[in-house]
Design a protein around this ligand. Structure first.
Ligand code: AGP
Length: 606
């Protein structure tokens, strides 16, 4: 999704914005641009399709020193991928950037915008610029013009408008990500669609509520907030910036994705430490404060597959009925709510439009809503009654890895709290031991990665891939297939092992790969499923228990894992094999692993 960065203050604006756009590259985009008030040459605007380096190439010989700048990385929705359709858009001294969709753009264009406004792009965003320009000539202030323009706009959007004449930035949003930042030491003020862009610059972070104007100017020491009638507003959340260097670099790793896979053992240790012994324990305790007979889980993509695992935990451990729904489906199915329902929303970004819309629907039905979320202060975080942070740190790789692990494990901790495990010292100790064992096993797995890399090198050019698993391994079969699709751009599907014979087995031939999870549970059944594939010349990659001679005999490739003692956490262990297989297959294909084609890190449009 689109990335927005803005700065006003000291003469670092263009540098800050370009660095911020670089950090937001992981969100996915197809063009980039900046508009800045050059100290020497007045208002300048440059924008280019393609990667950020195309824009940097254009700026190579441009004098960009400035103390007022906004920038944008665009993920095209309305209007093709062209320079003209890229943001920012400019009219006179005003320029704007936009993230989201203006649902009534055509109507505004024909009925509200000045007839003599000359549109230069096919975008809906430029309609907002036309409105601001129209009202700016009629208003007593720039913020009033932006407020008036925003009142006309329908749909989920974040806008940042810059006035080079009055030297101010005004930002506002509705159901879209937006954060402001302040460095009180030098009064530098920032705005962005993701606080990650402000790490190291702003020590104070502000998350405005919907329809709250953020006013950034040179004259004021602080950022001021207003409602749409320009009355000062307190409707924002303030927090200290997360300066824990959630490090903006890859270190010794070639890709963020690999770095994030390798971070998992340590994150697991920190998660269990914080939730069992640390400050986060009190948040777990709050979840069980209500009587809950049924959990409705909502999420998308990888978060949905983590949700399927959480369903297993809630039903197997807590005997609480639970169902996981794709958020994009949930709200259109007229869901039936019951007394003592509770809803759980799972999201790394906390900004996924489908998941937010589902949360709004559930909230309207007065159902308590909880989250497993990674970004504190995100829209989902602020919408939910109770939040359990998954503590994955910033996840840059668009293909989610560590967030999946942390979502599933935080869900396991939630189940433990609901089931009273954390009130019993020995059960709590056993659970903590299991988490630490998982961390250790993943570490061992990672140190033996060469074997997985070799298998990936043998198989990365096959026709198709079927990931199979039974019971608690079925969710990670789905997640494994998604990972491979996302970064290797090959066709892969996740299936319940027992389901192949009901159709998909027709796909099997000597070019099809079956990546089969053979967990200790239902092992005999899984072995017969693998034999069905083998009999039809499929290529078998089995992830199974150590020293299982029968499985080793029937598999073309065998990845032995030590499942002992992990029980319901084993799928997370298995999933790391899927993550590494996908990573190396994509690497051998030479793909852009951290920013796969067509994908966005946070899908903030429906
Ligand atoms: C996962 O690898 C994908 N990038 C995608 O499926 C993602 O999980 C999905 O868009 C949900 O995102 P969220 O967790 O931020 O809500």
């Amino acid at each position: 999704m689109c990335g927005i960065v803005g700065h006003i203050g000291s003469d670092i604006s263009s540098d800050v914005v370009l660095e911020g756009l670089k950090r937001l590259e992981y969100r996915g985009y197809d063009s980039a641009g900046i508009s800045f008030l050059s100290n020497k040459n007045g208002l300048q605007l440059y924008k280019k399709t393609g990667k950020l380096e195309n824009l940097l190439e254009v700026l190579k010989d441009v004098e960009t020193t400035s103390n007022l700048c906004i920038g944008h990385t665009r993920w095209a929705t309305h209007g093709g991928v062209t320079d003209q359709n890229s943001h920012p858009h400019r009219h006179g001294n005003i320029s704007i950037v936009h993230n989201g969709i203006i649902e009534n753009a055509d109507e505004l264009k024909s009925e509200v915008v000045d007839k003599d406004f000359e549109f230069k792009s096919e975008t809906d965003s430029e309609v907002f610029l036309a409105l601001v320009s129209k009202y700016n000539s009629q208003s007593s202030s720039f913020k009033e013009a932006v407020a008036e323009a925003f009142k006309h706009v329908k749909g989920n959007s974040a806008f940042v408008a810059m006035n080079a004449e009055t030297k101010e930035i005004v930002a506002i949003k509705r159901s879209a990500p937006l954060a402001c930042g302040l460095n009180p030491k030098n009064n530098d003020k920032f705005v962005s669609s993701d606080p990650y862009a402000l790490v190291g610059y702003a020590s104070e972070i502000y998350f405005p509520d919907d329809e709250v104007l953020c006013h950034l100017s040179h004259d004021e020491k602080i950022i001021k907030f207003y409602d749409l009638n320009l009355k000062e507003s307190e409707k924002f959340q303030h927090q200290k910036a997360d300066t824990s260097s959630s490090s903006t670099d890859k270190g010794e790793f070639e890709h963020y994705m690999l770095k994030e896979i390798y971070e998992q053992p340590k994150l697991i240790q920190e998660l269990v430490q914080d939730y069992i012994h640390g400050k986060a324990a009190r948040h777990l305790a709050k979840v069980k404060s209500k009587e809950i007979d049924r959990f409705l889980i909502n999420a998308c993509g990888t978060a949905y597959y983590a949700g399927l695992l959480v369903v297993d935990y809630l039903e197997l451990i807590n005997k609480i009925q639970a169902s996981a729904y794709l958020s994009s489906e949930f709200r259109y199915r007229n869901p039936l709510f019951q007394k003592n329902d509770a809803a759980l929303f799972i999201s790394q970004s906390g900004e996924t439009a489908d998941t937010l819309a589902a949360a709004e629907l559930v909230k309207e039905n007065n159902i308590p809503i909880y989250s497993l979320v990674n970004v504190r202060g995100s829209t989902l975080y602020r919408l939910c009654d109770q939040n359990l942070l998954i503590k994955a740190g910033t996840e840059i790789g668009v293909a989610s890895t560590k967030a999946f692990t942390q979502m599933a494990l935080t869900g396991r901790l939630m189940a433990a709290s609901l089931g009273g495990e954390l009130d019993d010292e020995s059960k709590k100790k056993n659970l903590e031991k299991k988490f630490l064992l998982l961390s250790e096993r993943i570490n061992d797995l990672i140190s033996g990665v060469e074997k997985i890399k070799e298998i990936a090198e043998s198989l990365y050019n096959k026709k198709g891939y079927l990931f199979t698993g039974r019971g608690i391994y079925y969710p990670v079969a789905l997640e494994g297939a998604l990972k491979l699709k996302e970064i290797a751009y090959v066709h892969a599907e996740g299936y319940a092992s027992g389901e192949l014979k009901h159709g998909p087995i027709a796909l099997i031939d000597e070019e099809m790969v079956n990546i089969a999870v053979a967990g200790p549970e239902l092992l005999e059944k899984t072995i017969s499923n693998i034999q069905e594939v083998k009999a039809r010349k499929g290529i078998i990659v089995t992830i199974g228990p150590e020293n299982n001679k029968e499985l080793m005999k029937i598999s073309d490739y065998y990845i032995p894992l030590n499942f002992n003692g992990l029980d319901e956490l084993s799928p997370i262990y298995v999933n790391v094999v899927h993550q590494l297989l996908s990573y190396y297959m994509a690497k051998f294909k030479g793909n852009d692993i951290d920013q796969p084609r067509n994908l966005a890190k946070s899908v903030t449009v429906e």
